[in-house]
Ligand binder design. Structure first.
Ligand SMILES: Nc1ncnc2c1ncn2[C@@H]1O[C@H](COP(=O)(O)OP(=O)(O)OP(=O)(O)O)[C@@H](O)[C@H]1O
Length: 251
């Protein structure tokens, strides 16, 4: 069953097309990585999936389950976010504002939910800490917990591991992997880290102002677009199970 789909979707700013003819589907529980060079249209597409930018051609379809369960969004981090003068718990709770409706305060249930999301990202011990005193990797995990508060089924992530050191990047990818495999969370992630995309995702969408490739990770690694984009010599793609059995590091 498809949770998200684009059918021949095109996007433009002020009449200038920046992304043309994109078609793909993500199933419930899927994991899609969107790759491509700077300016390829990745963030524009994500804005389109969020309904913030309308396609000028074709369509973007968000399935009933995603509409009902909400969409969690982790945008690229800005300098302003890094200095946010609030506690970790307050930052995570702010992800539930939409659900509060007219209620002007957060209840015990909201706090329990925030704590559960912090546990999923391994940040439960930092609940009372000030957000701006955390490391970059810890801040990204708190913002991921915030995004999780907004959804039961679909996470859209714009470069969640950008700017983190390799250990923090690994931890972020591991958490996303657990959310996908253990919680059934559907993930759509923009990344410049194509090797991690190949390890973590099940599908790849490669953009360059248009769609260069959409399909499985295995097909991508064999495709002309994939071969050109994947860095550094021979690269063997392992499926999740094979990677685990072989002891390879699986996101
Ligand atoms: N709000 C906007 N108004 C006008 N043009 C825009 C706007 N946002 C993006 N663009 C243009 O659309 C094109 C695609 O940009 P987009 O940010 O989607 O690319 P990207 O693949 O996400 O790039 P990056 O990897 O650098 O983040 C670029 O030419 C960019 O200048």
């Amino acid at each position: 069953m498809s949770l998200l789909a684009c059918r021949n979707a095109s996007f433009a700013y002020d009449g200038r097309k920046v992304l043309e003819d994109v078609s793909f589907e993500v199933a419930v529980g899927g994991y899609l990585c969107i790759v491509g060079e700077n300016g390829a249209g990745k963030s524009t597409l994500m804005q389109g999936l969020l309904g913030l930018v309308k396609p000028v051609g074709g369509s973007v379809e968000v399935g009933a389950e995603a509409r009902a369960g909400g969409i969690g969004y982790l945008p690229q981090q800005t300098a302003v976010q890094k200095d946010f003068p609030a506690s970790v718990e307050e930052v995570v709770l702010s992800g539930q504002l939409r659900r509060c409706g007219l209620r002007p305060f957060f209840g015990r249930g909201d706090r329990r939910e925030a704590e559960a999301k912090l546990r999923l990202v391994r940040m439960q011990d930092f609940r009372k800490k000030c957000f701006r005193d955390l490391s970059g990797g810890q801040q990204r995990r708190v913002l991921l917990a915030r995004a999780l508060c907004a959804t039961r089924s679909l996470l859209l992530l714009d470069e969640p591991a950008a700017g983190l050191d390799p250990r923090m990047q690994d931890e972020m990818y591991q958490i996303l992997n657990e959310l996908n495999r253990e919680q059934g969370m559907t993930i759509v992630m923009i990344t410049h880290d194509v090797q991690s995309a190949l390890r973590c995702a099940r599908q790849i969408l490669h953009l360059n102002g248009r769609q260069l490739f959409f399909g499985s990770v295995e097909e991508y690694s064999q495709s002309a677009a994939g071969r050109r984009f994947i860095d550094g010599g021979p690269f063997r793609v392992l499926s999740g199970a094979a990677a685990k059995e072989g002891g390879a590091k699986l996101c």
